[in-house]
Design a protein around this ligand. Sequence first.
Ligand SMILES: *[C@@H]1O[C@H](CO)[C@@H](O)[C@H](O)[C@H]1NC(C)=O
Ligand SMILES: *[C@@H]1O[C@H](CO)[C@@H](O)[C@H](O)[C@H]1NC(C)=O
Length: 827
Amino acid sequence: MDYLKNKGAALDLRVSILLCCVVSAVSGQIRYSIPEEMRKGLFVGDVAKDLGVDVRRLVSGRARLVIDDDNQYVALNKNKGHIVVNERIDREKLCAKKSPCSFSLEIVLEDPLELFSITIEIQDVNDHAPAFPKKEINLEISESTPTGTVFLLDSAADPDVGINSLQSYSLKANEHFVLKQHTRADGSKYAEMMLQSGLDREKQSEHTLILSAVDGGEPQRSGTVRIHVSVLDANDNAPVFTQSVYKASVFENVLRGTVIARVSAVDADQGYNGNVTYSFTHQEEDSSCPFEINSYTGDIKLAGDIDYEVSPNYEINLQAKDPWGVAGASKLIIEIADVNDNSPVITMASFSGKISEDSPPGTVVGLISVQDKDSGKNGQVHLTIDESLPLKIKTSFRNYYTLVTEQNLDREKRSKYNITLTATDEGVPALSSRKNVYLEVTDVNDNAPAFNQSVYNTQVMENNSPGVALLQIHASDPDQGQNARISYFLIDDEVNGNPASTYFSINTESGVIQSLRSLDYEQVKEYKIRIKAQDGGSPPQSSNTTVIVHVQDQNDNPPQVLYPVQTGGSVVAEMVPRSADVGYLVTKVVAVDVDSGQNAWLSYKLQKATDRALFEVGSQNGEIRTIRQVSDKDAVKQRLSVIVEDNGQPSRSATVIVNVAVADSFPEVLSEFSDFPHDKEYNDNLTFYLVLALAVVSFLFITCLVVIISVKIYRWRQSRILYHSSLPVIPYYPPRYSDTLGTTGTLQHVYNYEVCRTTDSRKSDCKFGRGGSQNVLIMDPSCSGTMQRMQGEKSILDEPDSPLEVSCFLSSFSPLSLSLSLCVFFQ
Ligand SMILES: *[C@@H]1O[C@H](CO)[C@@H](O)[C@H](O)[C@H]1NC(C)=O
Ligand SMILES: *[C@@H]1O[C@H](CO)[C@@H](O)[C@H](O)[C@H]1NC(C)=O
């Protein structure tokens, strides 16, 4: 009985949790009241409705009850949102004497974490009758006992509470004893029997009385005990305890065998009659009493286990008897003092172990329950975690804590947390317990891929085969899984007027860039393309980089000879006077190579010559010079074959034929060149064409002369008219008139050739313009070609008002120039 009562007190602590409930995670609190002893499956309450939570939310949030493992009194029917009875609830077992009796539980919902507190009150049902510890009470009373002596009777117990508990005792009427009822401080009732009239053993040695106890329930229940009184034939004193109530206090952790208290009773009798023996009068079969009494000394020892958490106090009825069986009674109350002997117990009420890295600070990670069976300070618990963690503990209910994030998490910095939860109570010394939980930070696509380099440079030889791999680029993404799966794309910008994708492609997976075309250094020397790297997250993140493809030169172009011009039917012949000295500059071979570097580094060699001993070619500059004095014996017509080679690997070359005329006069040249064997068939025509040419030129000359004279006369007349009209006379002198007259005979304008020069040509090319003006014989298939060129350069004939320019033009047809202009036809 005591045990039950004490257990009730322990549960009381648990129930008081309900009173404090200030926490963010706690969303609601409801209370139900049900009678005890309900059948399994019966309805307790509609939580879904009462909490205002949708039934679907209960299912999706994986609603569950957080309830003491030992006492699964109720269960949650998720589909209906009902709480139902799960096992028989015995109010007396749950709360003993405590009233009202209730227990609390929590409903935990996940995603987001929500906590609802529910209190269920258990109403008492009068399911227990008052019961006496023994079936029979045996009393031995001396016949000399004075009237008015009281005898303590065993109390009946009724575990029900309130009106259902024990209300009164009654004793079947008899002539010797009357009943006296008393109420203890805690409200419990006990009975005493008082001797009302003297006993006489000789008259009646035995008396049988019936004591009954009744409760106030509906229906009323009762219990009875038979009291057997034996009347003793001795005139002695009953032992009397020194105290009516003994009190002792003991720590729950004392060792077995420790003497906890000593009681004593005094018998007024002397000698043998004064020998007192002590005993407990509690129910024999009640083996839960952990104490035993030494019947001779009255020492009370600990014989079993005591636990404050199970039973914080014991009330023991004592009896002292003399050898004649005359007894005295007293009571021992043993208080068990709590010792901090229970470590807190950490339970994860809700913990998924995972959190997304983009969760804002304050996100609830888990719900933790910490229980300490000790009471008072020994049961006051603090839960802590390592302060360096980006998490913190928030107090919810008294025994519930939430683990919340305190900062933003970054999976890329730290993806796993080993969290040590430490629960410490306030006892002295304090007890603590630890629990490790592992929190994994799940990935969010919060990082863009990053290229190793902001700009990649690569080189490729021109004339590459299409499809050749140029380089592999790589981007990295610190995210995880799909969020780090990178694909590469070519950004289709325009490159030299064409989309980049027509030149290059990139392997989406590997990042290998290929050239789709054969590239030509002479066309484009470098390509700038942009590559995008994109991850597989949702939404994806991307970044881009620039790849510069440098095309490298290959010696794929032979040198090109610019001078002497090699056209199909004509050739330029250089004239060398027979008086030329050693080192006389005959001409200069000018060639260019569109390749670059070594591939465009040209050298000149004399390959073949009519007279090898007469000419040499400057290997660097292509100048053809005489290497000995020209003699009369030298043939007029010299044919040189010059090979121009570049310095590439392998080198490429071009050959140019240079015709040199060794002669002092033009007719000599003419006669000699007409001797060219392949020209013979044209010799007949030659004279005719020369005469024709002279005739045309003479005709033009005369025409011009006539025109000039006409213009002069016209002007003179005009000025006469102006003079007569008395207008001011402004003499007109064209600015270059006199100047031109002063330099009459200069032929420079006539021989200005436009030469196509590339930047890569050697600088000695510059000399070409001058060198050519010395004494060049133009041999063109048609004379009109020469004329047209002159007209193009000086469009004099378009300006009829400028006689001066006409005279300039005419000066180019001076006899000297005419004598050098000659059309010679070669095959
Ligand atoms: C977590 O931390 C505790 C204490 O620091 C340690 O004992 C345990 O081994 C750790 N667990 C892991 C998986 O690292
Ligand atoms: C390439 O990256 C730059 C910054 O790095 C950004 O401004 C630009 O929009 C990106 N271009 C593309 C096509 O993604």
